[in-house]
Design a protein around this ligand. Structure first.
Ligand code: BTN
Length: 330
């Protein structure tokens, strides 16, 4: 049974307007005194609730809808012991790394802006204020270092499924870890590892999602898109808070399974269904070779299976190559 405090909290989160004590009391089926006590407790716990005579109560949210106390509240319940929201930071991956040495548990670091957002292969990830969702999970899986790259695929599927559930959009995965829609990139994932030869200290899974951008710089306008441009806003309201929770719920389910299986066999089929380059022609570009092949699925360890023109199938590792579709971005 949900406590009065939680019921009041949810009612306030869901409303953009003031709600009177009377309304809360009748909608939630509790006394006015319990509502008043719950509000007092929530304020003591750090929730920023405005009270105005004759109007009632309203939760103060910042423009992109993220409130640190709310995130802490909802993510602690989901097993993340250290949760932080920053107005600005160099990179949430870097912050996760800084925290990892002094704090031994699982964490989630979110920022409204990054001044040195990191992309894969040393690239930068443009992270302007109020447009994207930038977050990094600090995870402590009991795996061997060679298995860590599988977490990227797992996170990709979590993001993909969260977006399908919330907004019914046709998002797909570009192996190993981009989320794309109609040939344009919506999200990128950067997984970083701290390990000894045979022991993982921690893994950081950094996720960058284009959320509110309505326009992109010229260089990336043909290859980048955002939820604001893709989601039917007459049907769905995009909020970063809800998106973060949904992704985290999928992450938790998959991480639990991953801990049992130690590979991706439990999501292989689903991943292949969502992945744009497990079938059809693609180009492999590594420093060893560059060739055109045909995607034939993934292995249970997350490698891409590629058949060359002689009919030989090889396993391609994500770290070694970049895969380009023959036509366009995907
Ligand atoms: C890519 O190149 O596609 C990966 C981009 C990953 C960006 C995210 S944003 C949150 C986290 N912090 C970073 O500095 N990078 C990742």
């Amino acid at each position: 049974m949900m406590k009065v405090r939680e019921k009041v909290l949810h009612a306030l989160i869901e409303s953009d307007k003031f709600i009177s004590g009377q309304q809360l009391s009748s909608e939630l089926g509790v006394s006015r005194t319990s509502v008043w006590k719950a509000i007092k407790k929530l304020k003591e716990d750090g929730f920023n609730i405005e009270s105005v005579n004759n109007k009632g109560y309203k939760m103060i949210k910042n423009p992109d809808g993220l409130v640190e106390s709310l995130l802490i509240h909802d993510l602690t319940k989901r097993g993340f012991e250290l949760v932080r929201l920053f107005d600005t930071i160099d990179s949430t991956n870097l912050e996760a790394k800084r925290q990892a040495d002094s704090f031994g548990g699982k964490g989630l670091f979110i920022s409204k802006e990054q001044t040195h957002g990191k992309g894969r292969r040393g690239r930068t990830w443009e992270s302007p204020k109020a447009s994207g969702n930038y977050m990094s999970y600090l995870l402590r899986p009991e795996i061997e270092p060679k298995d860590a790259s599988m977490l990227t695929l797992l996170a990709g599927l979590a993001v993909c499924n969260a977006m399908i559930d919330l907004y019914e959009i046709n998002v797909r995965i570009k192996w190993p870890n981009d989320i794309v829609i109609n040939g344009k990139k919506l999200c990128g994932i950067l997984t970083e590892l701290s390990s000894e030869i045979d022991y993982v200290n921690y893994v950081i899974v950094g996720i960058g999602i284009n959320v509110f951008q309505k326009q992109f710089p010229k260089e990336i306008e043909k290859i980048g898109t955002s939820l604001a441009l893709e989601v039917d806003e007459t049907k769905f309201k995009v909020t970063k808070h809800e998106l973060i929770l949904k992704i985290t719920d999928y992450m938790n389910v998959y991480l639990l399974k991953f801990d049992q299986y130690k590979d991706l066999s439990f999501i292989k089929e689903e991943y292949e269904k969502q992945c744009v380059n497990v079938s059809g022609e693609l180009r492999i570009e590594s420093n060893k070779a560059s060739y055109v092949g045909v995607g034939r699925g993934i292995t249970s360890r997350g490698q891409l299976l590629v058949e060359n023109s002689q009919g030989q199938v090889s396993e391609v590792n994500s770290g070694e190559v970049s895969v380009r579709g023959i036509y366009g971005y995907v």
